[in-house]
Ligand binder design. Sequence first.
Ligand code: HPA
Length: 350
Amino acid sequence: MPTMADVARSAGVSVATVSHVLNGTRPVLPHTRQAVLDAVEELGYTPNGLARSLVTSRTRSIGLAVSAISNPYFTEILQGVEASALEHGYSLLIADPHDDPVHELRAVRLLHERRVDGVIVAPSAAPRELVAHLARHAVPTVFLDRLVDTEAITGAAGPPYFDQICADSAEPTARLVSHLAGLGHRRIAIVAGAPGLSTSSERITGYRHGLAAAGLAHDERLVVHGDSTAEGAQRATAALLSLAVPPTALVTANNAMTIGALRALREHGLSVPADMALCCFDDFDWAELFSPRLTAVAQPGRELGARAVRLLLDRLADPDRAPRTVRLPCAFVHRTSCGCPEQPEKGTLS
Ligand code: HPA
C-alpha cells in the first residue's frame, strides 16, 4: 500500500505539502497541487481517514438519527441526506431510535462518541434530554422534520445554535380539509400522528383552519391520534367509525395513518370514496396504485434531506452564524380518493 511519504517522494514535495493538498488545510500553488494529485493517481494512494482525523480534528462524517427508516417518507429523506453528504465528501452513520427518547439519546451519544462532525436528528416527542446533551457538548445539530423549542429547553438564547428544517404542515392540511368541504362534506375527521410532535400539532392546527375557512363547526371527537403507527391509526379510525354520527371524510396526517385508516375501513366493509372520502398527508410511490388513487399532500423528502446537510455544513463552517429554521412547501396531488373524478393535476401549495 503506497504511503503519503511515497506520494511526497514521487511528487518531489514534503509530506506536509501532500497533507495540505489532501486535507485542504493550507493553500498550495496550483502546479505543486497538480503534481501531488498526479502522484496520488499514479501510485493509487488512498488517504487514511483515521490519520487525517487526527490532523484535522474532523472525521468528515455526519450522524443521522431518524425514526422509522422503513417509512417511505423517511427513506426519501435518507436518500437526500446521503446524496448531499456524498457530494460534499462526507460519509454517514445512521441510527433509527424508533421514536423512543431513551433509545434516541443513547444512539445520538454513540454517534457523538464516534466523533461525527455533526448530527441531523428527527427528534422524538420528548427530546428534552437529547437537546440538553447536544447543547452541553455543543454538537453541531440540525433538527429535521419535527421542530423543537430549543431555547425553552436550554434556557438560553445564545450559542450553541440549532438549525431546523421541515415541510409546511398547517397550510397543506387546511387545503385538504377545504377540498373535502368543497365537495360537500360536513363531518371531516383527522387521524393525527403522535401527540407532542410539531408535525402532529401543526397538522391539527391546519385542520382547524380548514374547517373554519369552510364555516364548519369543530367537533373534538373528530380529532384522533394514531400514535405514529399503522396499528394505532387503525384503532383510532375504528373509534371514529363507532361514533353515533361518524365522519363522511377523513384526513390522515401521515402515510402510516393512511395505512391504518385503510385497514379499519376495509375491516368495516366501507369503500373509498363511496362510503368515506379520504385525503392523505404524504404521497408515496404506491399511492398511485391504490384504487381509488390517493389524493395526497407530497412532502419534498429528498430536498429536506439535502438541505439539512447544507444547513449542517454551513453551521460547521461558521458556528456563530444566526440559527435558521427552513420550511419547504408541499405539493397537492389531486387524485380520486377524495371523491373527485380522474383529474391528474399537481401543483405547489403557496
Ligand atoms: N413527520 C412528517 N411526516 C411524516 C411522518 C412524521 O413523523 N411520518 C410519516 N410522514
